[in-house]
Design a protein around this ligand. Structure first.
Ligand code: RVP
Length: 498
C-alpha cells in the first residue's frame, strides 16, 4: 500500500449536505427509488434481516409504507417460508391460493385457521377442488363455544350456489359485484366449478389505505428473505422461492468471499430462480462491490461495521466508515447500473439523504425500527420507561440460537465449523432501544425528513438528489453545533433523540 494513511474514511457525522437553490417544496418531493435492477419502491427503506427486527409483521408494515422487509434467517427453513407466505397472503388483488376448508372439518378447526392466517372466513371445497360453500364469521356466530368442536362445517356454511366470478375478473367488476350482492368475499371459479382464487373487500380497502405499497404484478406485497451460503442454504432458497419470495438476500458479514459469490452465481444462472432478484452483501470497498456485481447480484448491500449493535470494527479491527464505504462501492455499481443499499449506522432521518448522495439508492435500518410495535419481541420496562430488545446477529445470543445447525446466523460470520458455543467469537452485542410506536409513524417521520433534505437541496426526485447533492466535511465543533446545544431539552421531539 503506497500511501496507507492518505485515504480517509468518513461517516454520517463527518459530513453535511450543502443547501442549494430550490424550487421544490417538501410535499412535492418524490421519494421513489430502485431496490434492485428490476424492482422499484416508493420509499427507499428496508428493514434489517435481524431476529429482533424483521418477521412477517414488520415485512407487511414496511411493504405497506412503500419499503420492504427482509425476513431474518435465525429460524428453520419451514418457519421462514411460512413468514414469506404470510406476507404474500396478507393483501392482494386476488389470492391465487386461498386457505380453504372442507365440509367435514369442524367449526373449531375453521376458527383456528382463521386465527392463524388472520382471515375472517374460508371457501369450502370438496375432493377435486369443487367449491361447495363458504364459511365466514356470519355463519359461525351462533355456534356456542361448547359446540364448536362437534359442529361440522357442512351444517353451518353458506351452501353453493354462491355468488362467484370467473378467473381474470377485472377489479371494477369485482367491486360492482361486492356492492350489488352485499358480500365481502368473492370466490373465483374455473369452467368446472373448481375454486381457483378469492377476492376480498378487505384487500380493496387496504389498497386505498396504502396507495404507495410495494406490490408485485399480482397485487401482493413484496418481501425479501435472507439466506447464507453454507449447509442447507440452497434448500432454504428453494423453499423461499416456493413460498413466493420476491428477493433473496445473501446475507453475510463479508460478501467478497468465494462461498457467497458462488451461491449468487448459482442463483442467477438457475432458470428456476429467474423471477427472483438476488441481493449480495456485505462489502465496503470498490473491489468488493465489483466482485458481487460480477457474480450477478441485482443489488449490492454495503456496510462492514457501521451497525449500532456491531463490534466487528473493534473485535477484528476491520471496516470502512459508512459514507466512504457507500461512495467507494457506488463507483463500481454506477458503472454497472446496479443499485447500492446502505446498510447500518443510520441514526437520524438526515442520514438517509447523506447515504443517497454518497451513492446508495436505498438504506437498510435496524435500530431505528427495532423499537416499533411490529418488531418481534415484547416490550420491556426499565424504570417505568418502555424498551424493546435489539441484538446483533453476531451477538453471542444470536449465534448460539439453534446450536450447531449450519444455515442460521453463524455462517453470517463464517463460524459454522466452530465446535462449541464457548468457542464462538461474537461480533455484536445485545441491548435494547426505546419503544417507538407503530412503524407507520416512524416511517412517516423518516420520509418527512428526507423530503426536507430534498427541498433544501432542490431535488424533486431521488435520482436528482443523488446527482445534485454535494457534501461538506465537518469537524467535531461542527457536529456539536448541528445538534441542539447549550439548552436543556424539555419536550421530546418525535424525530430527535440524543
Ligand atoms: P443499525 O441500523 O445501525 O442498527 O444496523 C443494522 C445493521 O447492522 C444490519 O442491517 C446488519 O447489516 C448489521 N448487523 C446485524 N447484526 C450485526 C452484528 O451482530 N454485528 N450487525
Amino acid at each position: 500500500q503506497p500511501d496507507p494513511f492518505g485515504f480517509i474514511g468518513l461517516t454520517y457525522d463527518d459530513v453535511m449536505l450543502l443547501p442549494g437553490h430550490t424550487d421544490v417544496i417538501p410535499s412535492e418531493a418524490d421519494t421513489s427509488t430502485r431496490l434492485t435492477r428490476r424492482i422499484t419502491m416508493s420509499a427507499p427503506l428496508l428493514s434489517s434481516a435481524m431476529d429482533t427486527v424483521t418477521e412477517s409483521r414488520m415485512a407487511i408494515a414496511m411493504a405497506r409504507q412503500g419499503g420492504i422487509g427482509v425476513l431474518h434467517r435465525n429460524l428453520s427453513i419451514a418457519d421462514q417460508a411460512e413468514h414469506v407466505d404470510r406476507v404474500k397472503r396478507s393483501e392482494s388483488g386476488m389470492i391465487t391460493n386461498p386457505v380453504t376448508t372442507t365440509p367435514d372439518a369442524t367449526v373449531a378447526e375453521v376458527d383456528a385457521l382463521c386465527g392463524q392466517f388472520r382471515v375472517s372466513g374460508l371457501p369450502v371445497i370438496e375432493g377435486d377442488g369443487k367449491l361447495v360453500g363458504i364459511i365466514t364469521n356470519r355463519d359461525m356466530r351462533f355456534v356456542s363455544p361448547f359446540e364448536k368442536a362437534t359442529t361440522l362445517v357442512r351444517d353451518v356454511m353458506t351452501k353453493a350456489p354462491l355468488i362467484t366470478a370467473p378467473v381474470g375478473v377485472d377489479p371494477d367488476s369485482a367491486v360492482a359485484i361486492f356492492a350489488q350482492h352485499k358480500i365481502e368475499k368473492l370466490p373465483l371459479v374455473d369452467g368446472n366449478g373448481r375454486l381457483s382464487g378469492l377476492i376480498t373487500v378487505k384487500d380493496f380497502e387496504k389498497t386505498e389505505k396504502y396507495p404507495n405499497a410495494t406490490k408485485d404484478g399480482e397485487g401482493r406485497l413484496r418481501v425479501g428473505a435472507a439466506i447464507g451460503f453454507f449447509g442447507d442454504a440452497w434448500e432454504r432458497a428453494g423453499a423461499l422461492l416456493d413460498a413466493g419470495v420476491d428477493v433473496i438476500v445473501v446475507d453475510t458479514a463479508n460478501g467478497d468471499s468465494s462461498g457467497v459469490l458462488d451461491i449468487i452465481r448459482r442463483l442467477k444462472s438457475d432458470p428456476a430462480f429467474a423471477a427472483v432478484d438476488v441481493i449480495g452483501g456485505n462489502v465496503a470497498t470498490r473491489s468488493g462491490a465489483k466482485s458481487l456485481i460480477e457474480a450477478g447480484a441485482d443489488a449490492i448491500k454495503v456496510g462492514v461495521g457501521p451497525g449500532s449493535i456491531c463490534t466487528t470494527r473493534v473485535v477484528a479491527g476491520v471496516g470502512v466508515p459508512q459514507v466512504t464505504a457507500v461512495y467507494e462501492a457506488s463507483l463500481a455499481a454506477r458503472e454497472a447500473d446496479v443499485p447500492v443499499i446502505a446498510d447500518g449506522g443510520l441514526q437520524y432521518s438526515g442520514d438517509i439523504a447523506k447515504a443517497l448522495v454518497a451513492g446508495a439508492e436505498t438504506v437498510m435500518l435496524g435500530s431505528l425500527l427495532a423499537g416499533t410495535d411490529e418488531s418481534p419481541g415484547d416490550l420491556v420496562y426499565v424504570n417505568g420507561k418502555q424498551f424493546k430488545k435489539y441484538r446483533g446477529m453476531g451477538s453471542l445470543g444470536a449465534l448460539q440460537t439453534r446450536g450447531k445447525k449450519t444455515s442460521y446466523s453463524r455462517d453470517r460470520y463464517f463460524q459454522s465449523d466452530v465446535p462449541s458455543d464457548e468457542q464462538l467469537i461474537a461480533e455484536g452485542i445485545e441491548g435494547q432501544v426505546p419503544y417507538r410506536g407503530p412503524v407507520g409513524s416512524v416511517v412517516y417521520q423518516l420520509l418527512g425528513g428526507l423530503r426536507q433534505s430534498m427541498f433544501y437541496t432542490g431535488a424533486r426526485t431521488i435520482p436528482e438528489l443523488r446527482a445534485k447533492g454535494k457534501f461538506v466535511r465537518i469537524t467535531a465543533a461542527g457536529l456539536k453545533e448541528s445538534h441542539p446545544h447549550d439548552v436543556q431539552m424539555v419536550v421530546e421531539a418525535p424525530n430527535y433523540r440524543r
